[in-house]
Design a protein around this ligand. Structure first.
Ligand SMILES: [Zn+2]
Ligand SMILES: [Zn+2]
Length: 355
């Protein structure tokens, strides 16, 4: 029986532990065995490792990756062996109200998320910090075009697809926008909004390196540090005297929300994406939202069509933005602890791990 290497997470404060696991021989209908080529470390993985969020353990973490189809069960005629693919983080049933009526398969009654499940769930090959992953029958799998490299492709199925989903709710035309936070989500957001025809996308952050990156992704950098922000904000007000059409929150900080509301034009759209944690009580009155006739829209994960669009967008814009510069040179899977340290240092938007 063939084996694969996996890195097991037992809980916060314990180093990940390497094991060799058997690869299942017989696959069920619709299942696909993928050999992982490259995985990237998402901020939510760091939160799990540190104990800021709780997931069932023991588990194989990691949900952002690209790999090749090695074997498959019956069905999936479109996926030839050897095809390089990305896949949806969520596996959904396709039958429950969330999957059918609500249009939110990521909120499926039988939801399963890769990199967030115990090893006792299904085959156990549920995460991307491993040599192989077994994709389930309800998982959307998308071929990755040749011009999209592995480092570009790995974060598609978390950050990029989520941003595609969030921006799908922003009414067109969106001529001016402010993005609060220049991490991976913010940078993708800038590129996507420019692609949709925005004249000016302002990206607010407090780190110089991130502000430089924002500029290379088509945004006007806005220094958010106290003492500098007031002057920088004048640029936004000059470009959009009545306020901006949309504000995109990806910084995860509730105390930025009143300023976002202030920057919006009447009837503007506020996308909440980053504040996925309980420490996000809003210092905001209902009156401020009502009097400005604002829409506030929360986005968590995404559906299959957003993953399709994310892949197509990346393939179309590979030469327009320095996507590869966001991802570190790969660490070996054996060096996962060093890779996690590097991810914590925030030197890179993403740190890569290769089996
Ligand atoms: Zn992620
Ligand atoms: Zn469902």
């Amino acid at each position: 029986m063939d084996t694969t290497t996996v890195q097991i997470f037992d809980g916060p404060g314990q180093p990940l532990r390497r094991e060799a696991w058997p690869i299942p021989e017989a696959l069920q209908d619709g299942e696909v065995l993928v050999g992982i080529a490259l995985a990237t470390i998402c901020g939510s993985d760091l939160h799990t490792v540190s104990g800021q969020r709780t997931e069932p353990t023991p588990a194989i973490l990691g949900h952002e990756a690209v790999g090749r189809v090695l074997r498959k069960g019956r069905g999936r005629p479109e996926l030839a062996e050897g095809t390089r693919v990305t896949w949806s983080i969520a596996d959904s049933c396709g039958r429950c109200p969330a999957c059918t009526e609500f249009g939110l398969p990521q909120k499926c009654d039988a939801l399963f998320k890769y990199g967030h499940a115990a090893v006792t769930n299904g085959s156990g090959l549920n995460g991307c910090y491993a040599g192989h992953i077994l994709l389930r029958a309800g998982t959307h799998i998308v071929p990755v075009p040749d011009n999209v490299s592995d480092p570009m492709a790995a974060p598609i199925n978390c950050a990029l697809a989520t941003m595609v989903n969030a921006l799908s709710y922003v009414p067109a035309p969106c001529r001016t926008a402010v993005i609060q936070g220049a991490g991976m989500l913010g940078l993708y957001g800038a590129a996507l909004l420019r692609d949709r025809g925005a004249d000016a996308v302002f990206c607010v952050d407090v780190q110089e390196g991130r502000l430089e990156l924002a500029e290379s992704f088509g945004a006007t950098p806005i220094d958010g540090r106290p003492g500098r922000y007031e002057q920088a904000r004048a640029r936004i007000e000059q470009a959009a005297p009545r306020g901006v059409d949309a504000v995109i929150e990806v910084a995860g900080k509730a105390d930025l929300v009143p300023e976002g509301v202030r920057l919006l034009r009447p009837g503007g759209h506020y996308a909440f994406i980053g504040m996925v944690h309980p420490n996000s009580a809003l210092p905001l009155t209902g009156e401020a939202v009502i009097r400005k006739c604002l829409t506030i829209h929360g986005t968590h994960n995404y559906g299959p069509e957003h993953l399709d669009e994310a892949v197509a967008f990346l393939a179309r814009t590979v030469d327009a933005y320095p996507y590869e510069s966001l991802v570190s040179a790969p660490y070996r899977l054996d060096e996962i602890e060093s890779a996690l340290d590097a991810a914590r240092s925030q030197q890179w938007a993403r740190v890569a791990v290769a089996p």
